[in-house]
Design a protein around this ligand. Sequence first.
Ligand SMILES: [Fe+2]
Length: 353
Amino acid sequence: MEKLRDCLPKGAKVLLAVGNHVKKSGLLERLMRILADFETVVFCGIRAEPPLPEVDELIGFGRRNAVSAIVAVGGGSVLDAAKAAAAIIPLDGTVGDYFYQRKAIPGKGLFFAALPTTAGTGTEATPNSVLSDPDTDIKKSIRHDSMFPDLAIVDPELTYSCPADLTAHSGLDALTQAIESYISRNANTVSKALAARAVQLIFAALPKVCADLNDKNARRDMAEGSMAAALAFAQSGLGAVHGLGHPIGSKLHVPHGLCCAILLPKILRRNQDYCSEALDELALNCSCAGGEFFVEKIEKLCRDLNIPADFRKFGMEREIFPFVLKNCRSGSMRSNPRSFEDGEIIEILESLL
Ligand SMILES: [Fe+2]
């Protein structure tokens, strides 16, 4: 993390965007010492699944302070909000203009550095910023090739104080991303190599880190696995867990990692017959006797980590089915190894009531 000081553009005016946890844990003071040579303004606290009005606050803060670089330190929400702000601050308009494609991102925005404090989202290695509109419950990405962070510092030490629930949920998001990338219709040799390694690392390390939050080797493997998964899915895309997870999560206000964790076993079962060879390969990689056993181990892992089997406690009702159907046909759904007709999506949603 100390390397941050040497990697920023000389003379930059820095907007340091941090999560509340970074402020409470004392990490903010350490960051301010690292950034002592730079004029720095601090923006603290972005809510989960960043709502557009909060991203506009961040953009307004950056514009008023005429910042030239953004350093984001936090979980996926902080990083995604800051990534969008870095792209939009030099432009006209609100984040909603770009979210709803009334305006297009023309190219590179401000210098952007991402330092994740969870091992899960992988947003430090992708050009996507996933945001949500509380007025419409629509959750989707703003994306442009110029939005890849200029600098990503993946330091496992930053994840040491990540609490148990968030460690489990973001870890299962990382595992989902790694598996979805490997079995994606758009996978290629490079993305598959990265995704296979990510699955191997996360599959072994996630139970360990959830059993002992102080297991530094497991924290390191989770950080590396999460980053490798992101490098993979930035090329291959994701799958139906993410396709369905976005509209369900935004409608029911379920945090992204938990939402993916609930969906992963169910969607794997639906995909299994369409990617059995790929699941056998992943199983071999994880010392499991075949794809079926690999899927069973993931089901058990989710149970062991107290992941609910459905969205009942989040108030899932049939009323939201039309919204989910309308908003699930994203790029993630298209890269899933098989297509789902509307009727089968309804079946899946029924099983989650
Ligand atoms: Fe995800």
